[in-house]
Design a protein around this ligand. Structure first.
Ligand SMILES: [Zn+2]
Length: 176
């Protein structure tokens, strides 16, 4: 799949909303988030208006998705993309739950730090992208957390990643 249609997006979106609800990672505030299908983006798979509207935007044609089709970079399923963007939407609507000491301890720095805290290390970071800044570390862990229903796969059972998933388990109990 090198382009996203509205029906594909709706199907993936419904699936992910069900997962978020089942895991307790859902709230009335998050229900205000709109998910938009956009025509194209050159440099990303999708984005979220963190700190402004809170909405999620998924381009029908995304530069990285086209490159992945030809094997130039790794692809990203629509469900994984939505799970990742929903992490940012959750942080947008429940900022107090990420702007705290617990978050800083779990993700090695403040949510809105905006730059790398530590160089990428596979026992610390669930993906290379997670090392770009704490907000993305959170979103990448959240994405896999939702996909695996909170059960941490053996390959990621390291102290650092376990600490992040413990935070996510506690987060689910705190969402109003
Ligand atoms: Zn992100």
């Amino acid at each position: 799949m090198w382009f996203v249609t509205l029906s594909k997006l709706n199907r993936a979106h419904r699936h992910v909303l069900g997962e978020l609800g089942n895991l307790g990672l859902w709230s009335d505030a998050m229900a205000q988030v709109q998910v938009w299908l956009r025509p194209f983006a050159t440099t990303c798979f999708g984005w979220q208006d963190y700190g402004s509207t809170g909405d999620i935007h998924i381009p029908a044609v995304a530069g990285p998705r086209v490159l992945a089709k030809f094997g130039f970079n790794e692809g990203c399923s629509l469900r994984q993309l939505l799970r990742h963007e929903w992490a940012h939407a959750l942080a947008h609507h429940h900022h107090d739950l990420v702007a705290n000491r617990e978050f800083r301890q779990a993700f090695d720095g403040p949510h809105d730090h905006g730059e790398p805290v530590r160089a990428y290390c596979p026992t610390r970071h669930i993906s290379p992208y997670a090392a770009t800044q704490p907000m993305e570390d959170f979103a990448e862990n959240f994405m896999h957390f939702v996909k695996h229903r909170g059960n941490l796969p053996a390959q990621w059972q390291t102290g650092h990643i376990e600490k992040r998933w413990e935070y996510l388990h506690r987060l689910a109990t705190k969402i109003p």
